[in-house]
Design a protein around this ligand. Structure first.
Ligand SMILES: *[C@@H]1O[C@H](CO)[C@@H](O)[C@H](O)[C@H]1NC(C)=O
Ligand SMILES: *[C@@H]1O[C@H](CO)[C@@H](O)[C@H](O)[C@H]1NC(C)=O
Length: 398
């Protein structure tokens, strides 16, 4: 593969530079130059498996469209009185504040994490953008949007890099059995895109569900841009990805003795065409902006409906939309724009979404939308709206 040979080349190149520098220091500069010896650090892993808390809750913070630049990039669409003192740093502060205020169990980043065209160093931007998540030591995962790859890394390199960051549960793609060695696993190659994977959530510790998956999170790559019949359009989820999704869903539910499939949520960046065309059965939250989706309809909605286990999908891309709408029984929820360098509306708060899965005696799952706090002085945690997402489902407990 082209990119793996580039990787090997880069590695050899780096090794050559390191050796040259070492020799230079050893033979020529040894009394004038000091090279400090940093300790090699390994990736820090979160405590696994993901599981519900003993009070039956599992809280996810969805962060859509951070649009992170260099760290110093100026804010877009803020009041002129706010402009002078506003940069990516405010996105960092906001993320820290959201994590502190909501204390989620998991953070899901739904793409356009970095704004490629505003940075010359994707790695540095990723470190800064995901910094508060890594500092929090909470498990987190990300998918890509359409802007992440616009600087120094391809989509493949981005997902590989993100998967190696501290506390990240992101994967470049799903793992499959290695055909040459059944004891080993390898990253699936016959799938489009990068960042297709699923994460299982186990039952509360000490309960009779402690050793089984009772909830599942799917992540999909909705691509960036593409030309279709001469028209430039947004990316879409391909048949190979839907095939994997159907297989994974079947795999989870085989041998599941519950009366219902394991409920799942899905996360990806670009909305599907039905979100533009509707009609929605029900809608909560604000529909403020034209839906920017692909002209290609690859049948994501039909696939999800036929699978039956995905109850809600969480999207990004259209920053001013923060609604949840019901299409054919599945909820499609926008995250609302999170980052200050992404477009927004002056005087209108940047926002994120809190998804609270409540597995209590009444067996309902709630999704809660939050308006956020701009800057440092606004009250956090005010609920924008709240509603019951699922009809009671009886797979849990008893
Ligand atoms: C779950 O697994 C642990 C460790 O193997 C065991 O001690 C515990 O009894 C199991 N719980 C249930 C409900 O099966
Ligand atoms: C951005 O952060 C600075 C420094 O903390 C703060 O003074 C300013 O009000 C923030 N701006 C916005 C729009 O939140």
């Amino acid at each position: 593969m082209q990119s793996s040979s580039t990787l090997i080349q880069s590695f050899l190149y780096l090794a050559l530079i390191t050796i040259s520098l070492y020799l230079l220091q050893f033979f020529i500069l040894s009394d004038r130059l000091t090279v400090s010896h940093h300790k090699i650090t390994h990736k820090k892993h979160p405590h696994l498996p993901l599981r519900f808390n003993s009070d039956g809750t599992f809280k996810i913070l969805q962060v859509a469209d951070m649009h992170y630049g260099t760290g110093l990039t100026r804010c877009r669409d803020v009041l002129s009185s706010e402009f002078e003192r506003c940069s990516d740093h405010n996105t960092t502060l906001f993320l820290k504040r959201m994590i502190d205020a909501e204390k989620p169990d998991f953070i899901a980043f739904t793409g356009d994490n970095i704004f490629g065209s505003s940075t010359n160093d994707a790695a540095e931007s990723l470190f800064k953008a995901f910094g508060p998540a890594m500092d929090s030591r909470l498990p987190w995962a990300a998918v890509l949007g359409n802007h992440d790859q616009e600087s120094t890394m391809t989509r493949e390199e981005l997902m590989l890099f993100i998967s190696l960051m501290d506390y990240s549960l992101s994967q470049p793609n799903p793992l499959t059995q290695d055909p040459t060695d059944p004891t080993k696993q390898q990253i699936m190659t016959e799938i489009d895109g990068f960042g297709n994977y699923d994460l299982r959530v186990w039952g509360p510790p000490g309960s009779h569900l402690a050793n089984q998956t009772i909830f599942n999170l799917f992540f999909l790559d909705s691509g960036d841009r593409a030309y279709v019949d001469g028209f430039k359009t947004y990316g879409w989820i391909k048949e190979s990805q839907l095939r994997w999704l159907r297989g994974a869903s079947k795999g989870h539910n085989q041998g599941n003795h519950q009366s219902q499939d394991i409920p799942s949520l899905a996360f990806f960046h670009i909305p599907i065409p039905e979100i533009r065309s509707g009609p929605f059965r029900e809608i909560f939250g604000e529909y403020r902006e034209h839906v920017a989706c692909s002209i290609v309809n690859s049948g994501v909605l039909q696939t999800l409906v036929s699978m039956g286990d995905v109850k809600a999908v969480f999207l990004g891309h259209d920053h001013l939309n923060d609604f949840c709408g019901n299409l054919n029984g599945i909820w499609f929820c926008y995250g609302g724009g999170f980052g200050y360098h992404g477009y927004g509306r002056a005087g209108w708060s940047r926002r994120g979404r809190v998804i609270l899965d409540l597995m209590d005696i009444i067996k309902l799952i709630f999704v809660t939308g939050l308006p956020f706090c701009q800057g440092l002085c606004c009250p956090c945690g005010e609920r924008l709206w709240q509603f019951s997402l699922l009809s009671p489902f009886d797979m849990i407990m008893d």
